[in-house]
Write a protein that binds this ligand. Structure first.
Ligand SMILES: NC(=O)c1ccc[n+]([C@@H]2O[C@H](COP(=O)([O-])OP(=O)(O)OC[C@H]3O[C@@H](n4cnc5c(N)ncnc54)[C@H](OP(=O)(O)O)[C@@H]3O)[C@@H](O)[C@H]2O)c1
Length: 237
């Protein structure tokens, strides 16, 4: 049994769902290693987390850089037990396949798909060593249902989810839980302002999404919600 304090490592913590997850997990007493590229923003957010139960540790990390991802996992493992990894960092481009540039393709696949695989691979040996852990992947309903103008994003998210499904079977014997969350539209800056202005009433609140994910994480019964789709009651946009 590890003597180290447990920590939840969350990628893409500076905005949207990641920002809400940070707050909710800290409120519930979890220590959170919050990573994203914009460290200034994470540092500014730190003030608001001061009085919450858990400890907030901000880290600059671009998940596209595999070496940096491995380095951060090792650094966290020195002082903490990585109890949970939340692969949340993600980007999109609402454009047809034809209109999406090769640079945009590289960016979306490197961030959403490769970044999540790097972080899972970086955490796995430490989770195994500690006797277990949880990996939560924030995929998307676009991995399950066809929406036009999101082919590369859908490819990245279905790749992420399928990687995780295989990992889940491999990691069961190490007491590692692998959970895929497929959110529908949530009110975050991933959407253009114009869409937010017109449709935000129909979108889920990122705080509600974060609360629900915390409940799934916190359920330590001998069962697991492996594949979870979250949609606004009114359905997809
Ligand atoms: N909002 C929705 O409707 C919705 C629906 C389904 C799924 N999702 C998924 O939910 C996750 C969070 O999205 P969101 O809606 O909260 O979007 P968001 O507000 O734009 O936040 C995205 C987060 O990802 C981080 N990020 C982007 N590229 C990164 C990189 N290369 N390395 C590290 N961090 C990076 C950003 O931080 P930095 O810029 O500081 O790096 C930011 O914190 C994404 O995976 C998204 O695909 C969202």
């Amino acid at each position: 049994m590890s003597e180290k304090k447990k920590i939840v490592w969350l990628t893409g913590a500076s905005s949207g769902i990641g920002r809400s997850l940070t707050k909710v997990f800290l409120e519930k007493g979890a220590n959170v290693a919050a990573s994203s590229r914009n460290i200034e923003l994470l540092n500014r957010l730190a003030d608001g987390y001061k009085n919450l139960e858990g400890e907030f540790l901000p880290f600059q990390l671009d998940v596209r850089n595999s070496k940096d991802v491995l380095k951060l996992a090792a650094r966290l493992n020195k002082d903490f037990e990585i109890d949970c990894l939340i692969n949340n960092a993600g980007i999109t481009k609402f454009a047809s396949a034809d209109e999406t540039t090769i640079d945009e393709v590289d960016d979306i696949i490197s961030t959403n798909l490769l970044g999540s695989i790097y972080a899972a691979k970086a955490s796995l040996p430490f989770m195994k060593e500690a006797g277990g852990g949880t990996i939560i992947n924030i995929a998307s309903v676009a991995a399950e249902k066809v929406f036009k103008a999101s082919s590369v994003y859908a490819a990245s998210k279905s790749g992420m989810a399928t990687f995780a499904k295989v990992l889940r079977e491999e990691a069961r014997e190490d007491n590692i839980r692998v959970i895929n969350i497929y959110p529908g539209a949530a009110r975050t800056p991933i959407w253009d302002n114009e869409v937010l202005e017109k449709k935000s009433e129909l979108m889920m609140s990122p705080d509600d999404v974060a609360e629900f994910i915390f409940q799934i994480y916190a359920n330590k019964a001998n069962m697991i919600a492996e594949e979870v789709t979250l949609r606004p009651i009114t359905g997809d946009l």
